[in-house]
Design a protein around this ligand. Structure first.
Ligand SMILES: [Zn+2]
Length: 67
């Protein structure tokens, strides 16, 4: 349980500055501040870890020798 990453973002509204906790899945989306109702865009974080690159799992083709 609690495996969901949560982003904490502060409301840009200077008279609010409420810290919102939004799920990681909310990146790139707008969330509404529960304090002042302003829409805040959750910045998309560039992956800290390298993207999972699928290594070349394809085996080399069989070399058939034809005469
Ligand atoms: Zn706010």
């Amino acid at each position: 349980m609690g495996d969901v990453h949560v982003i904490r973002i502060m409301c840009p509204n200077l008279v609010c500055q409420r810290v919102l906790s939004v799920p990681d899945s909310a990146r790139g989306k707008l969330v509404r501040c529960g304090g002042c109702g302003v829409n805040i865009k959750i910045p998309v974080l560039k992956s800290t870890k390298p993207a999972e690159t699928s290594e070349q799992a394809t085996p080399p083709p069989p070399q058939s020798q034809e005469n």
